[in-house]
Design a protein around this ligand. Sequence first.
Ligand SMILES: *[C@@H]1O[C@H](CO)[C@@H](O)[C@H](O)[C@H]1NC(C)=O
Ligand SMILES: *[C@@H]1O[C@H](CO)[C@@H](O)[C@H](O)[C@H]1NC(C)=O
Ligand SMILES: *[C@@H]1O[C@H](CO)[C@@H](O)[C@H](O)[C@H]1NC(C)=O
Ligand SMILES: *[C@@H]1O[C@H](CO)[C@@H](O)[C@H](O)[C@H]1NC(C)=O
Ligand SMILES: *[C@@H]1O[C@H](CO)[C@@H](O)[C@H](O)[C@H]1NC(C)=O
Ligand SMILES: [Mn+2]
Length: 572
Amino acid sequence: MSAGRILLMFFVIYITIVLYFITIGVHDILTAQNERETAISPRECVQNVTKQEIKTRQMPAPIYQQPVQFGPGSNGEPVEFDGSLSENDTKLIKHYYKVYDYNAFISDLLPFPRLLPDYRPSECRKIKYPDNLPKVSVVIPFRNERLSVLLRTIHNILFYTPDHLLEEIIIIDDASTEVELTFKLDLHVKSLSKVVLIRKTTNVGLMMARQAGIDISKADYFICMDSHIEVSLGWVEPILSRLVQNPKALLYSNIGSVNNENFEVKMNPRPFGEPFDFPFFTWNFEQEQSRHSEAYKLSRTNKTDPILMGSAMGMMICMKKSWFYQLGGFDPGMKIWGSEQIEISVKVWMCGGVVEMIPCSFVAHIYRRIVWNLRHVGHTNKVRLIETWVDKPYKQIIYHYNGFKPETVQYGDVSDRLKVREQIQCKSFQYFLDKIREFANIHIPAESHKLGGLRNIQTDTCLDRNGRQESPIHYPCHGTGATQYFEFTIEDTIRHLGHCLYVNDDDNIVFRHCDHFEDAMLKKWIYDELEQTYVHIKTGKCMTAESNTSKIVGRNCTSSNEQKWRWESVQI
Ligand SMILES: *[C@@H]1O[C@H](CO)[C@@H](O)[C@H](O)[C@H]1NC(C)=O
Ligand SMILES: *[C@@H]1O[C@H](CO)[C@@H](O)[C@H](O)[C@H]1NC(C)=O
Ligand SMILES: *[C@@H]1O[C@H](CO)[C@@H](O)[C@H](O)[C@H]1NC(C)=O
Ligand SMILES: *[C@@H]1O[C@H](CO)[C@@H](O)[C@H](O)[C@H]1NC(C)=O
Ligand SMILES: *[C@@H]1O[C@H](CO)[C@@H](O)[C@H](O)[C@H]1NC(C)=O
Ligand SMILES: [Mn+2]
């Protein structure tokens, strides 16, 4: 296989399973963005926190009027240099991008804590939470994070969490190699109350670092989060309040972004998923928004209500500790991030809980991807998850879409995990899908009329997704699924993952996202069993493999072999 085709397969691999799992709603994120203008401006605020108070970390409980903060990046604003950087600094910044994937030069300029505007929808600001909410332990694993980024994460939590709600912040150093994170960090931690530092001498990976933190946490509730997050006003109360209401919930905040180039804080993150290598990360706000059913959207009459989701986000997991342990904790076989938030989400759903996003809790995350890489982990997490929690026939379909056999991946032993599943006697994967369907429109390939490869009689080649291209091609059949795996669905669409085929104005057959057809007829096809042809209902054209090119085109139906297609099963 050429490098190009291997890349194409990788693409398919990492966008597969989202079809089953994930639903994200951003309606509230988008509407809340407009409210940033009406947020309290620093000038209206009163400087009521004395220097002495800051030094001793005895912050008053929720400060609904924040003190004024000045300096670069304050108020969540971006830091820009007007071409005034020295050559050396420019070099340094380049170096930082390589090491951290963000502009650490700017982070070093920003204050601790960095005060942020009130990004919450205005309805959230009016809610009065109970006085007797429980305490929470915040668990933050890190590895070679920039010291200033880690410290800002900690200081923002200390500042924005009412003292009586914060049990501790446990930070777990997963064998960082950066000198800055040694004695300097020790000095900082010593000067801060409630911050507990654990150091691992060998690299245990994100999941086990988190687990270690949860294991020693004292509160009944925990929040695991990444070490590059800035929390903001009122972030913790809605989470704790919801966890008390529903102890089986798995929650996360409304997660905005800290721009990795200028550190500007924004409500809506850039569409994420694409920069990641794992299939479960590939959701896309725009398309997932439409996944919530109309009925569900209408049932949410209050903007402050939690939003049901298929899966939590990897960077933030909030749960009641006893429930987390009841579910067997994290999978010890998962080393770095990737799919672990799906594992915990699927378990929560299958065992009678819910996964929700809390619109009234705003935090901002720096999106990046390099630090937790361990070598040779590949599909490990994904396969462990599938082998443990996904049942037939979904399992096979996922592998077919991915184009590999689980045996080709060294995913270790999952028998302990299967024992956990047996012990806790939760429901099936089908039950999980059914629960998601109660609030979201998800496509389930197992229900399609046909699944597999589509071979053309004339050219003896197969319909091929051809990577991210809009246009499919026909290409020698490899029989291993992935780019040559299609569905003929109960909606009469010819589908590959989220994309559907149709005949465009130039009589080319091309893909478009299945949710983005204004005219639903445009994506419908009829299979003529006798002729073995696919007829596009809207245009009456037949799907044709052009034999002198690799193009797939719509032509008048002629019963020629170029228009005959046969379904065949995948060989893996
Ligand atoms: C700040 O302090 C002043 C003087 O002590 C007081 O009048 C004012 O109400 C305080 N403002 C807030 C928001 O606490
Ligand atoms: C830039 O870096 C070089 C090498 O580290 C050093 O010799 C030089 O003095 C620096 N220049 C300035 C203006 O700091
Ligand atoms: C929305 O819900 C919150 C919290 O339950 C409540 O305080 C508020 O009054 C509700 N708003 C409306 C318009 O119902
Ligand atoms: C391929 O054949 C079609 C007719 O079958 C013709 O219209 C087209 O120009 C040909 N394309 C090439 C690249 O030869
Ligand atoms: C296809 O069919 C239409 C309508 O029957 C006809 O007008 C058109 O000329 C045909 N095109 C070709 C290339 O034969
Ligand atoms: Mn992260």
